[in-house]
Write a protein that binds this ligand. Structure first.
Ligand code: DC
Length: 522
């Protein structure tokens, strides 16, 4: 693991990676932190390690985001334990610049005294929640994050859901400034008491830590009421306050219910709300939040080609009375369109143009178990997308950024209200990372080749040898697993089912009972 303190050294390293021996573009994951790393950060590091070839952690206590009366001087700085934790997590580089190195040449403790070009997020997002008391804080965050993103130019950057306002503002700045990075959010990690992990928990004495657990308990009270049908923000907020009042040492700063994307306050919660609070315990300021989602459950089924995902997903959907979405069919339909139009598969620019304009219609029949019917630009392609030609090209298309962005957007629209079984390669990891049940369906390549051969036979397609079939599958799996964007991976919280020797009915039953255990019975 390397430790850099200067921009010049970091840039030099990044250049050397780009010009690596194989000249293959390497995915870079950036985890921006202020140090004093804990188990919450560790999940960000692990996720970054899983998804990228190179993982860079920045440790910088950013003076721009501290107000004059805040804890900039006191904020815990502990490079050696941080270094050890990063080393263990398989981090490649730690970047630890000084304020001077980051262009804050007065080491500015006060935001206003730093002469620096700054990034100003929309007022509507910075004036609510923590922005009410922390003036200038989010401008400081937006500025430093933009600087780090520009310096490292990562493929992905990782942030915790605990700082939900920060996350929403960063997502917005990335969208508004067209920054070429994927923002990955990781769930809040909590102590067994429910207290959300935070570097500032170090300030708490044992008894205060115990008292602080009321924050999450109060949010859970509101969640319970929400799940029982309460939709009024005022009522839910009143419940939080009632619970907090049981611990007199807690001094509530705010509790608000806002739209998690725009941060606009909500009176009534139609689809989803971010219920967030900040409170003081002695001199320590703590924040916490919970997402309230009025959505039916989502079942995500991922796995390699030929593992039986589509048949199983369709049957699971039917058994549970949910909708079934075959995302592979969408990638296939786009591939068919590109092949039809004579655009070379490598011509990403022309493909981006047609993908953004194409209209895909999927019609799932809930009476029969027939495959989903597919139309692209009004032409039915249900059969055509299963041809050998489409199958052999689809992974190359599915690796292209514009194709994925467009199709993922459409898939997320399908899933907005939940109540859906979605099957593909990146559903549990990227499309619906908060799916209630995640399954990773797999089988040996021999078994999968046999199944695919049978499938082709049933469709009257050319008969490939078993060996050829296996080679095709291995190649497609390799492409799907090794692409930079949203590769095929088992989500850490998914349940793996190896389907060799199991009938479709057996696999379906297994998933249906997992659903009943995990989702219906909570
Ligand atoms: O499941 P299938 O064989 O119909 O999928 C066809 C291809 O589409 C697969 O090789 C990779 C791609 N795909 C993807 O990249 N992401 C998904 N969510 C679904 C499919």
């Amino acid at each position: 693991m390397l430790v850099f303190t200067t921009v010049a050294a970091l840039r030099c390293y990044l250049r050397s990676c780009q010009l690596g021996v194989d000249r293959i573009e390497q995915a870079v994951g950036l985890v921006p932190t202020m140090g004093a790393l804990h188990a919450g950060h560790l999940t960000l590091l692990e996720r970054a390690r899983q998804q990228n070839s190179i993982v860079i952690v920045s440790i910088f206590v950013n003076p721009l985001q501290f107000g004059p009366s805040e804890d900039f001087q006191k904020y815990p700085r502990q490079l050696e334990p941080d270094r050890q934790l990063c080393e263990k997590a398989g981090v490649d580089v730690i970047f630890v610049p000084t304020p001077e190195e980051m262009g804050m040449n007065n080491g500015g403790v006060f935001t206003a005294s730093v002469a620096l070009t700054q990034v100003v997020p929309p007022e509507s997002m910075t004036s609510v929640l923590c922005g009410r008391s922390r003036r200038g804080h989010f401008q400081g965050v937006a500025t430093i994050v933009t600087k780090l993103l520009n310096l490292v130019q990562p493929t992905r950057a990782y942030f915790g859901q605990k700082d939900a306002q920060q996350l929403a503002i960063i997502r917005r700045l990335v969208a508004d400034l067209n920054l070429p990075v994927e923002i990955v959010a990781c769930p809040i990690v909590r102590e067994s008491s429910g207290l959300a992990l935070s570097s500032r928990n170090q300030y708490l004495r044992a008894q205060e830590k115990e008292e602080a657990s009321v924050l999450y308990r109060s949010l859970r009270q509101a969640e319970r009421a929400f799940l029982a049908g309460e939709r009024s923000s005022a009522e839910l907020i009143a419940l939080v306050k009632l619970e907090l009042a049981k611990v007199p040492s807690i001094e509530l700063e705010y509790v608000e219910s806002v739209d998690p994307t725009t941060l606009i306050p909500l009176d009534k919660i139609e689809e989803v709300a971010l219920l967030a609070l900040a409170a003081r315990l002695g001199s320590t300021r703590l924040i916490d939040n919970i997402l309230l989602r009025n959505r039916q459950p989502i079942v995500a089924i991922d796995g390699p080609a030929g593992a039986g995902k589509s048949t199983v997903a369709r049957q699971v959907a039917q058994a549970l009375g949910l909708l079934y979405l075959d995302t592979g069919a969408m990638y296939r339909a786009v591939t068919w369109l590109v092949l039809q139009s004579d655009i070379p598969i490598e011509d990403e620019l022309s493909i981006a143009e047609i993908v953004c304009k194409c209209e895909i219609i999927l019609r799932m029949s809930d009476e029969t178990l027939a495959p989903v019917r597919v139309w692209i630009n009004s032409q039915e392609v249900t059969q055509a997308i299963r041809s050998l030609e489409v199958t052999s090209q689809v992974s190359a298309l599915a690796a292209q950024l514009s194709v994925r962005q467009e199709l993922v957007k459409q898939q997320q629209l399908w899933g907005e209200k939940g109540g859906i079984v979605v099957e593909g390669r990146d559903i549990g990891t990227h499309v619906f990372p908060d799916a209630e049940l995640k399954i990773f369906l797999t089988a040996s390549v021999q078994e999968r080749a046999k199944r695919r051969q049978q499938e082709l036979k049933n469709q009257g397609e050319a008969n490939l040898s078993l060996e050829q079939m296996q080679q095709n599958l291995v190649l497609r799996d390799w492409k799907d697993t090794n692409r930079d964007i949203a590769p095929l991976q088992k989500a850490p919280d998914s349940i793996e089912i190896l389907t060799d020797g199991l009938t479709i009915a057996e696999v379906t039953d297994r998933i249906v009972s997992l659903y009943r255990e995990k989702v219906e019975q909570g």
